[in-house]
Design a binder for this molecule. Structure first.
Ligand SMILES: C[S@@+](CC[C@H](N)C(=O)[O-])C[C@H]1O[C@@H](n2cnc3c(N)ncnc32)[C@H](O)[C@@H]1O
Length: 354
C-alpha cells in the first residue's frame, strides 16, 4: 500500500519553535510548511534551530486566501497568553493581544481548504475565557470534535511544574482513538498514552501524588565546564533590575551571588538534585528572584531540607546556582520536551552564548 504523504502543517505564533520540536519528537509523519511570528528575535532563534525563517508579520493581517494556498492538514497554535493569565487583567477577547487568534478562527470559516486538525496551547485560565467559547463555537460550526486537557510535565515524569491548557480538534470524519472523551476537559493524559500504568496515570492526579512517580532533577542535569569568557558574555547582558527582588550582582558564572542569597534567600525556590519538582521558569529568571524559577543546590551530599527549616546562615553553604539553557541551542526550551541543564558540581557551568 502506498504511504500517504506527510501532513502539511502550519505553525502559528511559532516563537522559538516549541511546537515544531514537539511535533518532530512525536514521530508523526508531518512537515511544517510555514510558521508565522511577529517577533524578529524569536524568528532568528527559530531559524537557528530549524533552518527555516518563519513568515515575519502580524497574523491578524493574513487572509483566507493566504492560508488556503498552503492546503495544510493541521494547524498548531500557541497564541499570546497574557489576556488569560491569572496575574494579568484577564480581559480575554477584549485584550488586543487576543485579536489575531480570533481573526484566524473566523478565517477558518471562510476557507476553501480549512485544516482538518488543530492543536491549541495556552495558559490555565484560557479554558474559562470567552475566547475559548469562541474557539469551541467555530470548531462546532465546522464539525470538529475536541478533546481538551490541562496537563503538567510532572505527569510525564519531568520534574517541572508547569500546567498548561491544550485543545486537540479533529474534523468529525477523522476519529480520535478514544472518542469517549470527546468534548471533555481532562486533567490526566491517560487516554492519550498507550503504554501507561495505573500509578502514573490515575484519574485524580494531584501534584503531590505526581512527585512520587516523577524523575529527580538529577536525571536531567548536564555537567560540563566551559570557558569563563562565554559565560561572562551572557551574564554581562543581564539588565539591572529596579523592582522588588532584583539580581544586583551577577557573578562570573551561574553561581547565585552571596549578597543575593543574603538579601533574597527567603524568596528563592530552592531545589536539590534529588527534588522531583521545580517551579515554572519565566522570562524574568536571572533578573528577579521571586516566582521566576528555581535555583539548584550544588553542594554535595546534602539531604534535602524543607525550605522552612533552613536557617538563613545555612543558605550560603548550599552552593546555589541558576539553571541554564539547554546546550546546543541558541536559547533554551524549558518545557516537557526540553530537559533543563545545570550542574550539580560547584563552579561548573552549562550554558550557551546567545
Ligand atoms: C506564547 S508565545 C509562543 C511560544 C511558541 N510556541 C514557542 O515554542 O516559542 C506567543 C508568540 O506569538 C507571537 N505573536 C503574538 N502576537 C502575534 C501576532 N499578532 N502575529 C504574529 N505573532 C504574534 C509572539 O511573538 C510569540 O512568539
Amino acid at each position: 500500500m502506498e504511504t500517504p504523504p506527510p501532513w502539511r502543517v502550519l505553525e502559528f505564533y511559532s516563537g522559538i519553535g516549541g511546537m515544531r520540536y514537539a511535533l518532530a519528537s512525536s514521530g508523526v509523519r508531518a512537515e511544517v510548511v510555514e510558521a508565522f511570528d511577529i517577533n524578529d528575535v524569536a524568528n532568528d532563534v527559530y531559524e537557528h534551530n530549524f533552518g527555516h525563517r518563519p513568515c515575519q508579520g502580524n497574523i491578524q493581517t493574513l487572509t483566507a486566501g493566504d492560508l488556503d494556498k498552503y492546503q495544510a492538514h493541521a494547524w498548531l497554535l500557541s497564541p499570546p497568553c497574557q489576556p488569560y493569565t491569572r496575574q494579568g487583567l484577564q480581559k480575554h477577547s477584549a485584550d488586543a493581544r487576543a485579536f489575531s487568534f480570533i481573526k484566524i478562527l473566523n478565517l477558518m470559516q471562510n476557507m476553501s481548504f480549512p485544516p482538518q486538525m488543530l492543536f491549541v496551547e495556552n495558559v490555565v485560565g484560557f479554558e474559562v475565557s470567552d475566547t475559548h467559547d469562541q474557539l469551541l463555537a467555530v470548531l462546532s460550526t465546522l464539525n470538529f470534535n475536541t478533546q481538551e486537557f490541562i496537563l503538567s510535565p510532572l505527569q510525564f515524569g519531568v520534574p517541572y511544574s508547569r500546567p498548561r491548557y491544550f485543545c486537540l480538534a479533529k474534523q468529525e470524519s477523522m476519529c480520535f482513538p478514544n472518542s469517549s472523551v470527546n468534548d471533555k476537559l481532562l486533567r490526566t493524559p491517560t487516554c492519550l498514552t498507550l503504554n501507561t500504568t495505573r500509578t502514573q496515570n490515575s484519574y485524580d492526579q494531584n501534584e503531590d501524588d505526581l512527585e512520587v512517580v516523577c524523575n529527580p532533577i538529577r536525571n536531567f542535569l548536564e555537567a560540563q565546564s566551559i570557558g569563563d569568557k562565554e559565560c561572562s558574555a551572557i551574564i554581562s547582558d543581564f539588565k539591572e533590575a529596579d523592582e522588588c527582588t532584583p539580581i544586583e550582582t551577577a557573578s562570573h558564572d551561574y553561581t547565585v551571588p552571596l549578597n543575593l542569597i543574603e538579601r533574597w534567600g527567603n524568596a528563592m525556590d530552592i531545589v536539590y538534585p534529588e527534588s522531583k519538582r521545580c517551579c515554572c521558569f519565566t522570562k524574568s529568571y536571572y533578573c528577579y528572584v521571586k516566582g521566576t524559577g528555581s535555583v539548584l543546590v550544588t553542594s554535595k551530599n546534602l539531604k534535602p531540607v524543607p525550605k522552612e527549616n533552613l536557617e538563613m546562615s545555612s543558605l550560603n553553604e548550599l552552593g546555589l546556582r541558576f539553571f541554564t539553557p539547554q546546550r546546543g541551542r541558541k536559547f533554551a526550551f524549558i518545557s516537557p520536551e526540553f530537559p533543563f541543564s545545570g550542574s550539580h558540581k560547584p563552579q561548573t557551568t552549562v550554558c550557551h552564548a546567545g
